[in-house]
Design a protein around this ligand. Structure first.
Ligand code: GTP
Ligand code: MG
Length: 212
């Protein structure tokens, strides 16, 4: 399994919707979750960069699909948060449709990280994301974020409960506690990404057997 240098990750582009994304080749792993769950913070923690992805105390900060490149054809995607109460209904519906489309049509999408605040996990839209991914055979890593906000006993209890709930989906789902503040779970995230990125690496010319 290849280990990638996540600290080398750099910003590529922002797209308003999936039609504006670059060519659908290579491997993409997307970070999804409710608004304010800690997606952008997790990306910054993973890449060891303070402001690669913009974070904010105001939910709904990330309105665009933000693409980052770890190396050529290996991308991380910061998706806009869902479930933000103050977004008009019509926009919410539009965005949910776009998310569904991205999950179902983007061939390069090979893994989904779903981030949930450890204090409020598995809300309806979170379950829908997981269900969508399982439905199209995309493996999921659930990160229970802001675990620094709970005592370790409460943390373990939540972890067990969400693992049980995740098992009911009968898909490839791993659940881990995570904290950008304390760097909890970053090793688990890195390992999972490494495995997703190496499992499905496209065959390059150099790897093809030599033929006359
Ligand atoms: N205590 C604590 N706070 C965190 C952690 N991760 C994120 N936060 C805070 O939670 C807020 C939201 O974090 P973001 O990373 O911007 O969340 P997001 O999911 O990208 O939000 P949107 O882009 O609006 O969807 C910020 O104030 C962060 O500082 C964590 O591990 N621990
Ligand atoms: Mg964000």
């Amino acid at each position: 399994m290849t280990s990638y240098n996540y600290h080398m990750t750099h910003f590529v582009m922002s797209a308003p919707d999936i039609r504006h994304l670059p060519t659908d080749t290579g491997i993409e792993v997307a970070f999804a979750g409710r608004s304010n769950a800690g997606k952008s913070s997790a990306l910054n923690t993973l890449t060891n960069q303070k402001s690669l992805a913009r974070t904010s105390k105001t939910p709904g900060r990330t309105q665009l699909i933000n693409l980052f490149e770890v190396e050529p054809e290996i991308r991380l995607v910061d998706l806009p948060g869902y479930g933000y109460a103050e977004v008009p209904e019509e926009m919410k519906r539009k965005w949910q449709r776009a998310l569904g489309e991205y999950l179902q049509k983007r061939h390069s999408l090979k893994g989904l990280v779903v981030l949930m605040d450890i204090r409020h996990p598995m809300k309806d839209l979170d379950q829908q994301m997981v269900q969508w991914a399982v439905g199209v055979d995309i493996p999921v890593l659930v990160l229970l974020t802001k675990s620094d906000k709970l005592a370790s006993g409460a943390c373990k209890a939540q972890l067990n409960q969400v693992r049980e709930a995740a098992a009911a989906f009968e898909g490839d789902i791993q659940v881990e506690a995570f904290s950008s503040l304390k760097k909890t779970g970053v090793d688990k995230l890195r390992l999972k990404l490494d495995s997703w990125f190496s499992e499905t690496l496209p065959v390059t010319d150099e790897e093809l057997p030599y033929t006359e």
